[in-house]
Design a protein around this ligand. Structure first.
Ligand code: GRF
Length: 187
């Protein structure tokens, strides 16, 4: 199956997915390229190490989101992409991509949804005093982290946790959860 990975920033989940392909855990998955909206995303450097094509789409260069996503869609069609895997892609997906890839777009989020959608989910859970948090993989719809949940993993929050320690714990869950979901629902 051909998948495209969308990332705006660091790209550590992206890299873990690539590593899982390399070791043969994700057989039948082919990443056609990294799609990013940020030309200085660190994910781009990671892609280069895997000799993976990088497609940068800067929304400022387009009149509106429809034109931006139409440009992305053209490249996706050229690559014969079947699934979109969002890994730290910091934009809402608009109707152009949602209609073209209905039920074929997934995202990972660092909380037990539906708690704490949106930005800084880790900090929110900590400030709320939650004793448990985790990570969620869900289908993408037009809302912010609102699509149907596919799978989750949880972890404790300890009294001496900081945003950094909790984020690390959740990211380690993500590195296991996302490849597993991709294997289950895409391969
Ligand atoms: C992850 O925590 C993911 O849940 C969220 O964005 C973060 C991306 O991290 N959607 P990275 O870029 O994969 O390191």
């Amino acid at each position: 199956k051909n998948i495209a990975i969308f990332a705006s920033g660091n790209g550590s989940n992206f890299e873990k997915i690539m590593e899982n392909i390399e070791v043969g855990y994700l057989d039948h998955i082919h990443v056609t390229g990294l799609y990013t909206d940020q030309q200085d995303a660190f994910a781009i450097e990671r892609a280069r190490r895997f000799r993976l094509p990088v497609h940068v789409f800067n929304m400022k260069r387009y009149d509106n989101k429809e034109h931006y996503e139409t440009a992305i869609l053209k490249q996706l069609h050229r690559d014969k992409v079947e699934w979109l895997v969002l890994a730290g892609y910091m934009k809402l997906v608009g109707p152009t991509l949602l209609n073209a890839y209905a039920d074929q777009i997934i995202n990972i989020h660092p909380s037990i949804l539906p708690s704490f959608p949106g930005k800084n989910a880790v900090g929110q859970a900590l400030r709320y005093g939650c004793r448990v948090s985790g990570a969620t993989v869900h289908y993408v719809d037009s809302g912010m982290d609102t699509g149907k949940i596919i799978d989750q993993m949880s972890c404790p929050i300890y009294p001496d946790d900081t945003e950094e320690t909790l984020q690390l714990r959740i990211q380690n869950l993500e590195y296991e959860l996302y490849p597993r979901v991709i294997k289950t629902i895409i391969s």
